[in-house]
Design a binder for this molecule. Structure first.
Ligand SMILES: [Zn+2]
Length: 192
């Protein structure tokens, strides 16, 4: 991964602080196995939070097409990996997204990219759900959009706070998905 000069500066600062953190944890950052760890952590953390420098609305808007299709468009089982903002520990799972176009559709590959941009920021699952919904609603102006996220939170699993394999589900919707019948159709389609 090539870093820009700005990212390199940030990388050095992050690596410096990660080295201090290792020390505070009781480690010796100068021992062989850890020599490059602060730099690796800095790089990987910049990658895992690169959603801050990306504009998801721009990604969607880069592939808009006029189309008269007014049925449900579903993209399901989109893998995502994010970091919980309370512990900086991963939560990950699948996103399922449906929208009903109102004269405009987007390239199907853009939807997972929007999920990615929001996932690569410090998040809570609830807010991420709403942000994806809002972005699609504002950019595509569909008759309705619905977002369902299912995720495992390692901050619960690793720290033994909750049942080990519990899945957290969140959903949010607009427009025609206010009708229970429309939501059911989507839920049935993502289950099959
Ligand atoms: Zn957490």
């Amino acid at each position: 991964m090539e870093l820009t000069p700005e990212e390199l500066d940030k990388n050095q600062a992050l690596a410096f602080h990660y080295s201090k953190i290792l020390e505070l944890l009781g480690e010796d950052p100068n021992r062989e196995g850890l020599l490059k760890t602060p730099e690796r952590m800095a790089k990987s953390m910049q990658f895992l939070t690169k959603g801050y420098t990306q504009d998801p609305a721009k990604i969607l808007a880069s592939a808009l097409f006029k189309e008269d299709y007014r049925q449900m468009v579903i993209v399901k089982d989109i893998d995502f990996y994010s970091l919980c903002e309370h512990h900086l520990i991963p939560f990950f799972g699948k996103a399922h997204i449906a929208y009903i176009p109102n004269g405009t559709i987007t390239g199907l590959s853009k939807i997972p990219r929007v999920v990615d941009v929001f996932a690569r920021r410090l998040q809570v699952q609830e807010r991420m759900t709403t942000q994806i919904k809002d972005c699609i609603q504002k950019t595509l102006n569909p008759l309705g959009v619905m977002v369902v996220l299912e995720a495992q939170h390692l901050c619960m699993q690793m720290r033994g706070v909750e049942k080990q394999h519990s899945i957290t589900t969140t959903s949010d919707f607009t427009g025609v998905f206010n009708q229970a019948k429309t939501r059911e159709e989507f839920i049935n389609l993502i289950k099959s």
